[in-house]
Write a protein that binds this ligand. Structure first.
Ligand SMILES: C[S@@+](CC[C@H](N)C(=O)[O-])C[C@H]1O[C@@H](n2cnc3c(N)ncnc32)[C@H](O)[C@@H]1O
Length: 271
């Protein structure tokens, strides 16, 4: 054990941990079985009960830290296209997702956004995660379980455009409407009536869409371009671009490569 201080605490069986060996990074659940991370394979009993921080395994320095939500999102098994941590973090702040809130999400997909939402509503909030395809519900459920967040998420296989089933689900959990509805489905404009039925007054509607053509159709629907009035205010669309900075002595510059596009985020508040 190298250099521990009084602020470190014990690694427990069942914890989700992030592992670092030089530039390699991974995450895994702490078990008594073998843990294989960053090219090392060792018994979890070597870590259980010892403090988080620096350890030596087979002569190699292994840093073990409690996993952050973004570690858990990075290492999920992917099915449908995922929402990445920088878009998720924008959703978390602009859609006011925090402890105690009730969030409805569709679709569950791979459960990447579900992990960010569930981490943010802990310890007493809820995420109702809806997907039309049962195979995707199962992928998301597995990833959320591996992230140790199952107690915050209720999965439902169904169409988010049919709010009745979701309303029943809310009342069976003694929840009175949603504080936020987040949609990552191809045609959210068709779900606007459902969103209205599920959201509390003042609740936030957020949608993630890969193309501007889809954004235009959604904005037409939520702002009621062909109607006298709209049930939403404070409507805006934005994009989050993440450009990493390479920092080397005497050579600090943006990375040459960058993911140029993920999705557009549209937010609105129900009146
Ligand atoms: C791109 S994926 C969502 C990915 C997810 N946000 C993540 O971060 O892992 C879109 C999902 O929406 C689901 N979907 C499409 N239309 C839907 C609908 N009307 N109701 C519920 N889910 C729907 C699809 O089955 C698919 O799993």
């Amino acid at each position: 054990m190298l250099g521990h201080n009084s602020f470190s605490w014990a690694i427990r069986e069942g914890d989700r941990a992030a592992f670092f060996v030089k530039a390699k990074k991974s995450s895994a659940t702490i078990t008594r079985d073998r843990i294989s991370v960053c090219g090392l394979s060792f018994s979890g009993t070597k870590l259980i009960g010892r403090p988080y921080g620096r350890h030596e395994i087979m002569g190699i320095e292994l840093i073990v830290l409690p996993a952050l939500p973004r570690d858990l999102m990075e290492h999920i098994k992917r099915g449908p296209q995922v929402i990445l941590p920088w878009d998720a973090s924008t959703i978390i702040f602009y859609a006011d997702i925090r402890a105690g809130k009730t969030i409805i999400e569709a679709g569950s997909g791979s459960g990447s956004l579900t992990i960010a939402l569930a981490s943010s509503v802990r310890p007493d909030g809820r995420v109702i995660s809806v997907d039309i395809k049962s195979s995707n519900t199962e992928i998301a459920r597995r990833n959320v379980r591996k992230a140790g967040l199952s107690d915050r998420v209720v999965f439902h296989t169904g169409d988010v455009k049919n709010p009745q089933k979701i309303e029943n689900l809310l009342s069976s959990h003694k929840l009175e409407g949603a504080d936020t509805v987040v949609l990552d489905i191809p045609d959210p404009w068709k779900a606007v009536e459902s969103v209205k039925a599920l959201l509390k007054i003042g609740g936030v509607f957020a949608a993630y869409l890969p193309t501007m053509n889809q954004v235009e159709r959604l904005r037409k629907e939520i702002e009621g371009w062909d109607k006298a009035s709209s049930d939403f205010v404070d409507v805006f669309t934005m994009e989050t671009l993440r450009r990493e900075i390479v920092v080397r002595p005497g050579a600090v510059r943006p990375d040459y490569s960058m993911l140029g596009h993920t999705g557009y985020l549209t937010f609105a508040r129900k009146v």
